[in-house]
Structures are given as structure tokens and as C-alpha cells.
Design a binder for this molecule. Sequence first.
Ligand SMILES: Cc1ncc(COP(=O)(O)O)c(C=O)c1O
Length: 409
Amino acid sequence: MSWIDEKAHTELSRVREAKEKQVYPYFRVFESGGLHTTIGGQPIINFSSNDYLGLTNHPRVKAAAKKAVDKYGCGLSSSRVQATTTEHVELEDRLAKWYGYDSCLIFTTGYQAMLGTLVSLADKDTTLVLDSYSHACILDGTFLAAGTPGRAPEIRFFNHNSAKSLERILKSRERKNALVCVEGVYSLDGDKAHLAEFVEICERYDAVLMVDDAHGTGTLGERGTGILEETNLRSKCPVVVSTFSKTFGGIGGLLFGSQEVIDLVKHNARSFLFSASLPVPIVAAASTILDMLEEDGPAMVKELHQKAAYFRGKLIEAGFDLGASNTHIMPVMCRDERKTLFMHVALLECGVLMVPITYPAVKHGEERLRVNVTRGHTQQDLDEALELVKSYGEAFFVLSGEDLGPLED
Ligand SMILES: Cc1ncc(COP(=O)(O)O)c(C=O)c1O
């Protein structure tokens, strides 16, 4: 055995243990797409999908992607530098208008968009200021910038969503320029950034505010353009990153900003320059979803909000703790690893998928099921899931908060 095999064996002990106990929850194999799928032949209602408006499998979207396959195939075999199509450029122009920015750049994933943007903008004159709950792409982009020869920005964290903590950091920063990065909606907690407070502090301390609105795109604001529409603060946030991997039904990263900022990133971001361009069938799918949002966005967003409010109301009425959530993303707090995993397994056996989030993704005592309500869920899906969550919430003492006690053999 080589050292890499030994290393793999040692480091996988927790995964092995979970598999032995038959509570390993990840990489479940879906046998079809959509919010209603099957796993091992069993019908499943999926509450772990980020297809927030339920458009991924819409016949119009699929038809557009199929048409693009005929014209371009499934890939362009090169990066955007020499593989940009009319479809990419038209969609960038339309998205910039829809979001309300000068310009837009389409990356191949949201993860790459964030990495490329942070490394292009943050240099040795910059302090990067991050919320302590930042998504992996923000952390990885920051670590990459920190390790890039000649750039090495200062890195500081502020307490999650705390304006006071942000102010302390900005006051004591060591570099001239500050770039503050927050998320519109936090993906594990379902709470919105306190944007109005952050805008005010950033203005006072001459800092630039950048928003990753991956989960706010298509879900917030009357037209669905995100948290900046909802808060009417678009003019105060010069840089926004988003993704096609949630509401836009596919994959792809988005950067919005002024023409010059976009041009700077376009010519510097290695995650853009040295990775294959987004396949045109995916561009066509996203473009069709944009058509649908332009035609009917407000009604679709409203329907999502109605379904989320119904589900939230029923969970709260039953006595569940939803943490700080105030959106369609609702963590059902179990505050115990075993309770979380048992709930997940029991629900799945009854045909409902809610993904468990445990340490180290969250702190000990903050284990939860992450539940996403989408517009694509039917009333029957919601009611079925609610009944089951309530039953198992009682059975596993999530509702009472009692200890689960030792396991019987
Ligand atoms: C807040 C946030 N930003 C960025 C991303 C990355 O997006 P993508 O899936 O397009 O790489 C995600 C996806 O999970 C996310 O939750």
C-alpha cells in the first residue's frame, strides 16, 4: 500500500463508520431529473434542490437546449478567449439589463466566477473582509488571492451578519482599499444579509461591497433579480456574483459590474481564461429561463413566496426551530448529529429527501436538515413532507429537545 492509500484509509474513518451504520447521506443516486425523482426505484420528493422556481425541467427550456445541441454540440472545446458565441454575448447583454448593471460576464461555474473575481480585484493594497459564514467559493477565492505571488491581500473576518463587527474590522484594517464580500441569502441558514446596514458602514469607511446572490437570484425582489432589487440598493453595490446552477436551471457563473471592472476580470481571471467556455445548450437553457422571468417573473416569485410562507408557518406551528431563516431556505434545527441523520434516513424511506448538514459544515449543536421549498413543489408535496417531518420530529425528540439516549443493539 502506498502512503496515499494509507492516508485515504485513515482520513475516511468517519465516512466508513456512517456507511456501516447505514446513515451515510451523500451522493444518493437519482434516476431522473427534477424535484420528483426516484432513488433505487422509489419515488422521491426532493427538498434539497436549488431549482427554486421549478424551471429546470420545463419543456421550453429543454427544447431550447436540444436545438442548441444541433447547432453547436455539447461543448466548444476551448475557453471563452477563443470560444465565445453569439449566444454567450447576447445573453450577457440581456442579463446585464435585467439585473441593472453596465456589463455581465458568464463563467463556466459560479465557483469559478467568485475565484476569478476575488483574485483579479484583491491585491497587496487590499483588505478582503468576509462574513464568517462565507461560502466555500468565497473562502477558496480568498485563499487563492492570499497565495498568489505579489498579490497577498490582508484577510479579515467579521461575525456573521453583524454590522458592529464589520465596522470594527473596517476601522482597524491595515490596507488602503477594502473589499467586503457578503451573500444575499446564506445557503445553510436561509437568512438574508443585513445589506442596508452594510452599505451604510461601507460608505462611511470607503469600502466596496460585493454581493454573492446565488440564492437570491430568482427568489428575491418583485422581478426576481435578487436582494439588491428587494432592498433597492443596487446602486450601492458595484459588484455582484451569481450562478445559473439554481434558479437558472443549469450551470454557469455570472459577474455583474461596470464595463471596466468586467473587462479587468475578463482579462485577468485565470478561472475564466483557462477553463472551457460554458456549453451553448446550457446558455440556451438559461436564456429561455430569462425569457420566462421577463414574461412572468413577478407571478413566479410570488408563488414561491406563498409556498415558502405556508411551509414555514406549519413548521413553526408544529414547534420546529428554523434558526435565523427568513427565506425559502429553512434549516430544520435538530441540534444533534444522530437526530439529524436518523430524521434524514426515516424521511427518505418514506420518499422525502432533506439533506442533513452536520459538523464540520456547521458547529456541533447546530446540526440541521436543510430544506428548500421551491415553486415546483405541489401542495400535496408540501403537506406530505410536513406530516412526515412532524411525525419523525416527535419520534426522534427533535420537537421536545430531549436527549436521544443510547442506541439499543
Ligand atoms: C453562495 C454560493 N455562491 C456560489 C456558489 C457556486 O455556484 P456554482 O454551483 O455555480 O459553482 C454556490 C453554490 O453552491 C453558493 O451557494
